[in-house]
Write a new protein. Structure first.
Length: 169
């Protein structure tokens, strides 16, 4: 038995390695919210905002402009949060949401500048507009950059703070 002792360590090492790889694969194989294409990479962002403003004006709502990209994990987390029932009802009653693709950082920078959402603070980046296109809020400090760390209460507070009819009109 003593002569086989040196073989036990490599066998145990290989077995543990396979176990760790199998466990890691199970974790990474879970469905990713990034599979959804939120941002239309071919869209005319200026036209999308114009259409969103027209709709917001007709419906007496505000516009949330979400700057981001399909490769951005936190952009998908934010989108998923916006579709949860409590948030979705607030959004449906008060906002028109438009997603603006920034590509790898090279697209639609003129709009990010116009709405005072600095790219250097990360994405997703949000701006809230009144139905006439006036900037009501802009994310200047990367507040949503780490959306995965935000609670539902954080999102609800934001949406309630900037909805039409609040002191922010």
């Amino acid at each position: 038995m003593e002569k086989y002792k040196p073989l036990y360590l490599p066998i145990i090492f290989v077995a543990l390695t396979f176990a760790l790889v199998a466990a890691g694969t199970a974790c990474f194989a879970q469905p990713s919210p990034q599979q959804k294409q939120i941002y239309d990479e071919k869209a005319d962002a200026h036209l999308e905002i114009k259409e969103a403003l027209a709709k917001a004006k007709a419906e007496h709502k505000r516009v949330i402009v979400v700057f981001g990209a399909n490769w951005c994990f936190d952009c998908h987390v934010l989108d998923e949060a916006f579709h949860k029932p409590e948030l979705a009802s607030i959004i449906a009653a008060n906002y028109v949401v438009v997603h603006i693709d920034i590509g790898k950082g090279e697209k639609n920078q003129d709009l990010m500048d116009k709405y005072e959402v600095p790219m250097k603070r990360g994405i997703p980046g949000l701006a809230v507009l009144d139905p006439n296109g006036k900037l009501v809020y802009s994310q200047k400090n990367g507040e949503f950059e780490n959306a995965r760390a935000m609670s539902q209460d954080d999102f609800v507070a934001f949406l309630n703070k900037w909805k039409p009819g609040t002191r922010n009109d």
